[in-house]
Write a new protein. Structure first.
Length: 441
């Protein structure tokens, strides 16, 4: 189609200027872009861009699909029977340490409160009983020395009286019957025997006090310790009426409501930890030997790294092999491999979430040279993948290939290609084998 400039000039001036501008713009665009200037009916070489085939040493990798899962999961149960007084969280809430409690140990955030009025009454009674037993022990520690001192004084007194009675009796015996009646002699003898009995009784009381002093104090101290243990038991029981998160994480399920009656052991909530998050993939038996070898050669400083991709995220993630479960599934003969991934946190939560499908690229063999080309060079048809190679005469030949592991914009290929071959990356959609081309890059 030819443009008649004369006819354009004869048009109404505003329309004429617009048409003239459009004509000049199309002419300039076709002159500047050789690809646009090449019409369907034009003869001559097709304009293409090319890229070289390169050879790289790559680990033999294989992609495995699995599901992301929490690194820790806990279904929290009630430690006591009781009625739910309050539920402090909802599903999706983040829970962590309780900053209001000054403790070196982890103190989980409260999740559910169980009513504990009756228990508080028992604790008050136990405190009163403990105070009473402590007072008894304190009284023993102060009264026993006084009782022993009194017993010693009575013993000395009775000893003196016994000595006097004995002296009187001996004097009477020396005098004989000279001027002394038998009644007086009997009275002196009786007085001596009485004082001897009193003294012996005082000695027995003193020995009893001295021998039982430590025992009585020990019994009282043990009663105090027993009551202290009972109070600790009640305090520990009271702590179970406040159900706390065992670690920092998120509430994935809330299983009770206020007013529910829960039995001991009944679940009340489920907590999951998402940082780090884990990916579990099942690896066939034929790959496990080489994967285990690579894992054995890794260390904490140089872990066995894994590339992880998700269809829902354009970002590439990196993880490390945490463990290889040494027991295969009896039906599929695959071994679970656990990969640990650091989860990125945003203002609204973590990027990776439990249950997402992910693809892990695992090293299953020794590094070997592979041919790598740009992904744009691949031409996909119904039953084959081909690339077009430009030869020295600027003609293209079709080469069927198979693809391997991809890395960014590059992909491994297997086929009749060699290092340095020029493969078409742009303009290859309608090429045919043997067609003449012109490289414009």
């Amino acid at each position: 189609m030819k443009l008649d400039i004369g006819k354009l000039m004869a048009i109404n001036p505003p329309i004429r200027m617009t048409a003239l501008s459009l004509c000049l713009s199309l002419t300039i665009l076709c002159c500047c872009n050789p690809l646009l200037g090449q019409g369907k009916g034009k003869r001559g070489p097709s304009l293409v861009r090319v890229d070289k085939v390169v050879v790289q040493n790559r680990n033999v990798t294989q992609n495995f699909i699995g599901s992301l899962r929490p690194s820790r999961r806990a279904v929290i149960g009630s430690g006591v029977d009781g009625r739910v007084e309050d539920v402090l969280v909802k599903e999706g809430f983040q829970v962590g340490a309780d900053s209001s409690i000054d403790s070196a140990e982890f103190v989980g955030q409260p999740i559910v409160e169980i009513k504990k009025t009756t228990l508080d009454i028992e604790i008050d009674a136990a405190k009163i009983e403990l105070l009473s037993r402590q007072n008894v022990l304190a009284e023993l520690e102060t009264s026993m020395p006084r009782e022993i001192a009194v017993a010693k004084a009575k013993t000395k007194q009775s000893e003196a009286q016994l000595s006097f009675a004995k002296t009187s009796m001996e004097r009477i015996q020396r005098l004989g019957s000279n001027g002394i009646s038998q009644k007086e002699i009997d009275e002196v003898n009786s007085q001596y025997k009485l004082q001897l009995q009193i003294h012996n009784a005082n000695l027995a009381d003193l020995e009893k006090l001295e021998s039982t002093k430590q025992l009585r104090q020990k019994i009282a101290a043990q009663r105090v310790k027993a009551q202290e243990a009972e109070l600790r038991r009640l305090s520990d029981l009271r702590s179970k009426y406040t159900i706390r998160a065992p670690f920092s994480g998120f509430v994935s399920r809330k299983l009770v409501e206020r007013g529910d009656w829960v039995n001991r052991g009944a679940p009340v909530a489920e907590i999951i930890q998402l940082d780090p998050i884990e990916l579990k993939v099942n690896v066939p038996q034929r790959f496990i030997h080489n994967l285990q070898k690579s894992f054995d050669e890794s260390s904490n400083e140089k872990p066995l790294q894994v590339k992880v991709t998700l269809n829902s995220h354009a970002e590439l993630f990196y993880g490390k092999v945490k463990s290889i479960v040494p027991e295969a599934d009896s039906r599929s003969r695959t071994f679970p491999v656990i990969i640990q991934i650091d989860n990125k946190k945003t203002n609204k939560g973590y990027v990776l979430k439990s249950g997402m499908l992910a693809r892990a690229s695992l090293a299953i063999g020794e590094p070997k040279p592979v041919k790598v080309i740009s992904k744009d060079a691949l031409v996909l048809s119904n039953d084959k993948i081909e690339v077009f190679v430009v030869d020295a005469s600027s003609k293209v030949r079709s080469v069927q290939v198979k693809t391997g592991a991809a890395d960014g914009e590059k992909i491994e290929v297997i086929g009749d290609l060699k290092r340095g071959d020029m493969v078409v990356t742009h303009g290859n959609e309608r090429l045919r084998a043997g067609q003449q081309v012109k490289v414009i890059n």
